[in-house]
Design a protein around this ligand. Structure first.
Ligand code: HEM
Length: 206
């Protein structure tokens, strides 16, 4: 139990929390500010105006919030790249052969911003994960939790914890960015990490 608690705590700190920070703090434009108020409205629709703690069923009803979280994880994947050792020779569609035994890095950050896949890739689009819009997308175009047999075992839990945190924070505070995408830089690491502090203003809601 202690081990599992530790995994959850560290997973939150290094992944879910990154998603939360990344999405809110870097996305300073009006599209996200409007989304934030609409997320709060959805929270009120599901929970009422009370301080009720959300249940599993409540969280599953928060579909708009979920789409915004997914868009944050597209723009700022907490795990920006993963690595694999190739198990057999692979022929690419461009005619190259990647031999068995090679180390390969899959750059999730770049994949999630590839213009061949995403229209206006740099834009925060709250509708990008509507069912109609994901129906035609390649299943491996969006892989914040990796894919295949070694994908993230905590992904459902991660979404629930991010949603829970958003319910608590957004119902009490309006968040305003202090740092911007222009002032923040990332540094190379296993998780997407800012090169310094990211400041955000918490304004209590009346
Ligand atoms: C937004 C939050 C999270 C993101 C973006 C994320 C992302 C990922 C990614 C990309 C991998 C694959 C790593 C690789 O293939 O090298 C992974 C693996 C894993 N994640 Fe997460 N993760 C998140 C939260 C969590 C949480 C909350 C837990 C646990 C409660 C968790 C547990 C694990 C475990 C155990 C693996 C290894 C799976 C395996 O190798 O079979 N993750 N995660």
């Amino acid at each position: 139990m202690a081990g599992s608690g530790f995994v959850k705590a560290t997973s939150w700190k290094f992944t879910s929390c990154r998603c939360f920070n990344g999405g809110r703090i870097y996305e300073t434009d009006k599209r996200f500010n409007i989304a934030e108020e609409d997320i709060l409205q959805e929270i009120h629709e599901v929970l009422g105006e009370s301080d009720k703690f959300p249940t599993y069923n409540d969280l599953n009803k928060m579909k708009f919030m979920e789409r915004c979280i997914k868009e944050c994880l597209r723009l700022y994947p907490s795990v920006p790249f993963i690595s694999r050792v190739i198990g057999e020779d692979i022929k690419t569609t461009t005619g190259y052969t990647i031999p068995k035994g090679c180390d390969v890095n899959i750059h999730i950050y770049d994949l999630h911003r590839a213009p061949q896949i995403w229209e206006n890739p740099e834009k925060f689009d709250r509708d990008r994960f509507l069912p109609d819009n994901i129906a035609t997308r390649h299943p491996f175009a969006y892989i914040p939790f990796s894919a295949g047999p070694r994908n993230c075992t905590g992904q459902r839990y991660a979404l629930l914890e991010i949603k829970t945190a958003l319910c608590g924070i957004l119902s009490k505070f309006k968040l305003e960015p202090v740092d911007t995408p222009q002032t923040c830089r990332h540094k190379t690491d296993l998780v997407l990490r800012p090169n310094g502090e990211i400041k955000v203003r918490f304004i209590p809601r009346k």
